[in-house]
Ligand binder design. Structure first.
Ligand code: CA
Length: 387
């Protein structure tokens, strides 16, 4: 049953009272502070007197590390359903919405069996599409934490060494194969931890956001062997600004697909850790792909177990992303390279194009409120000129 709030919530909003994601915003003439979002308004948590030691801050990191997220969110819900507090509210259009965290370490996975199979067929047409290790562990690489940017940040076309199509000589050139990757990012909270078991993942994941792992395919195909992508992906990764809590998403956790062969015991889970999350890619105002996150082969709980099984420790603010989310059908492909199946085709992103990711759980029944993520959007700008 939906509680009454004194702020309006438009129909089909991503942000009903059941969501209450965390973010960071800077009001006009104010300093950045922690907020929650309801409809098209923000509750200013320090102005509302809610845990100012954790919320009168320019990032969510202290709140994430404190383990008090659920308590703070519950107090925000009380304020929003209690007496009006106009002194602690901003319209979302009146503030600058900022990158919500100081990012610690960043790992990007490759956990969609459909995406990995599609790419294997493109890069290794004569061989098995999946690498031999793929069904045994969630493959990932360490990405560049410092270039994770918030939705709306302009994306400058990256340059890198690409073999010339005429003479084959690698030359520094703006990419001619700029792509996106539809992904879901998980933000780590709580005290530092290691050897996390999959079924304990809920205590270590503060929240979830949408993620676009921008990728330059021509740079990638020349540089990636044997150590994986580097400049092809490190120039920018866009995330959505609203950190949706695992608590809000809990009704939409579902069983993951059956894994064959059964993974090593450290990767086995008894609880359902897949997420029934509808995802869409918008290119210049048109929806070009739709899929569902529940078909991912490796879950975020298994990914977190994997990156800590060797003794590596977590920090609040670490981010790990799912890998490109693709489904089994052609309309469910989460990157352009899968849609056009050619790393040199001319249908990659041109300057001025806008890519926007959207996603939401539920919204399809009376007891299934829409828990949405807002947008992860970016516009492509021309390459920075060489001096
Ligand atoms: Ca990726």
């Amino acid at each position: 049953m939906t509680e009454r709030t004194w702020l309006p919530v438009p129909p089909l909003s991503d942000f009903p009272i059941e969501n209450l994601p965390f973010g960071v915003a800077r009001p006009a003439h104010g300093t950045p502070r922690v907020v929650t979002r309801l409809g098209d308004h923000l509750l200013d948590l320090p102005a509302a007197g809610i845990a100012p030691d954790l919320t009168a801050r320019p990032t969510l990191n202290a709140l994430m590390e404190s383990g008090r997220g659920a308590e703070v969110r519950a107090r925000a819900a009380e304020v929003l359903t209690g007496p009006e507090r106009d002194d602690a509210v901003h319209a979302v259009g009146d503030v600058e919405v900022l990158l919500p965290i100081q990012v610690g370490d960043y790992v990007d996975f490759y956990s969609s069996i459909h995406h990995a199979t599609n790419l294997g067929r493109i890069f290794r047409p004569e061989g098995e599409p999946l690498p031999a290790n793929w069904r045994h562990l969630p493959i990932g690489y360490h990405g560049r934490a410092g270039t994770i940017v918030v939705s709306g940040t302009r994306i400058a076309r990256p340059s890198g060494l690409v073999p010339d199509p005429i003479d084959g000589v690698p030359r520094l050139t703006p990419t001619r194969a700029l792509d996106f990757e539809l992904e879901v990012a998980f933000l780590v909270g709580g005290p530092t931890a290691t050897h996390i078991r999959p079924d304990d993942a809920g205590g270590h994941v503060f929240g979830v956001a949408l993620c676009n792992d921008w990728s330059a395919r021509d740079i990638q195909s020349f540089e990636y062997q044997p150590l994986g992508p580097n400049l092809a992906k490190s120039f920018a990764t866009t995330i959505s600004p609203w950190v949706v809590t695992l608590e809000a998403l809990r009704p939409y956790l579902v069983a993951a697909p059956t894994q064959e062969p059964e993974p090593d015991p450290y990767l086995r889970a008894a609880k359902p850790w897949a997420l029934d999350l509808h995802l869409e890619i918008d290119r210049n105002g048109a929806t070009i792909a739709e899929t569902n996150f529940s078909a991912m082969y490796w879950t975020f709980a298994q990914q977190l177990a994997h990156i800590t099984v060797n003794g590596a420790t977590t920090r609040s603010g670490d981010v790990f992303a799912s890998g490109t989310v693709s489904g089994p059908n052609p309309g469910e492909r989460g990157s352009l390279i899968e849609q056009i199946a050619d790393a040199t085709a001319d249908n990659y992103l041109a300057d001025g194009e806008v890519v926007t990711l959207r996603g939401w759980c539920g919204g399809d029944g009376p007891d299934r409120p829409r828990i949405g993520f807002g947008e992860a959007s970016g516009t492509v700008y021309p390459a920075v000129e060489e001096v």
